[in-house]
Design a protein. Structure first.
Length: 47
């Protein structure tokens, strides 16, 4: 999985809720134990 379109709706809802509760955008998530199983949702260095 390389982008959020491959995530189940429940996972997308969870990410959105965490962002709402913390007031912080989630830029990167891991979908497994390997480095290749990381999704960049937004560039964390983009202002």
């Amino acid at each position: 999985m390389k982008d959020r379109s491959g995530l189940p709706q429940a996972a997308l809802n969870y990410i959105k809720r965490i962002e709402e509760l913390t007031g912080v955008p989630i830029d990167i998530i891991s979908t497994g134990p390997d480095r290749t199983e990381t999704m960049i949702l937004r560039d964390p260095f983009d202002a």
